[in-house]
Ligand binder design. Structure first.
Ligand code: ZN
Length: 250
């Protein structure tokens, strides 16, 4: 069974009654609910727990980690970010949601200041277009997903060119955004998915749930041998030939 840990900073839910009303069990609780129903073995972890809930044991028993953060990226300990980073390089899948674009872990994995984008809170419509209909993360979807109200994120989004571009969002105010992108880092797979501003009930939307479920299945670690780096002995005897500087004339 695929083991998923849903990590959430869980601050808006406590500080803002609107968010607490939409997500009484936290954003992590809502995501854990639909992933459990989808058949995954799901645990949750939050910022204020010791080690942010991401102990060595939890990380070692996680196949796919989901990350939601916004207000408190700077409160996430670098030592924990390093542990998550190492686990991703060893094969743990990572799904970064919405404002997690500005998290330490996403920036570290991508190597760019990923917090850079445009944004606006204006209750506007978002249409998320499927750009790669053959991609497993888009499985079961129509041509697009429509959300009646969301926060706008707009280009330019300062990410490296993605390995795969799965979704592009259009917003009522005119901007577009690469809202579903994937990367391989070491043995691990990383999926960023944009929707999920805390003041909207986005994670109750069935199609959004479907994308996250698909993302978990896609990000499950591959059972590939760990790569070996550094000086390597030859696998077969190398027949030595006299070194020649002669240039073959054509
Ligand atoms: Zn937001």
């Amino acid at each position: 069974m695929v083991r998923v840990t849903v990590w959430n900073e869980n601050r808006h839910e406590k500080n803002n009654p609107v968010v607490g009303g939409i997500y009484p069990n936290g954003i992590h609780g809502a995501i854990a609910d639909f992933l459990t129903k989808a058949g995954f073995e799901v645990g949750t972890a939050t910022l204020d727990e010791p080690e942010h809930g991401l102990t060595e044991q939890v990380l070692n028993q996680t196949d796919v980690l989901i990350w939601w953060g916004h207000l408190a990226h700077h409160e996430v300990e670098d030592s924990i970010v390093d542990k998550v980073y190492q686990r991703v390089l060893k094969g743990m899948g990572l799904i970064v949601l919405h404002s997690g674009h500005a998290s330490k872990i996403f920036s570290k994995l991508l190597g760019t200041p990923t917090g850079q984008l445009k944004w606006r809170e204006a209750d506007e419509k978002e249409r998320i277009w499927v750009i790669d209909p053959a991609h497993p993360i888009a499985s079961g979807l129509g041509e697009y997903i429509e959300l009646q109200q969301e926060e706008m994120y707009g280009e330019h989004f300062n990410i490296p060119t993605p390995d795969q571009l799965v979704f592009v969002s259009w917003f009522e105010g005119g901007e577009v955004f690469r809202s579903g992108v994937t990367y391989h880092r070491g043995q691990g797979k990383v999926f960023y998915f944009r929707p999920g501003h805390e003041t909207y009930p986005t994670y109750y939307n069935k199609e959004i749930q479907k994308v996250i479920e698909n993302g978990v299945r896609w990000a499950v670690p591959s059972q590939t041998a760990e790569p070996v780096y550094g000086n390597a002995a030859p696998l077969e005897p190398i027949k030595s030939k006299p070194y020649s500087r002669e240039v073959t004339e054509i």
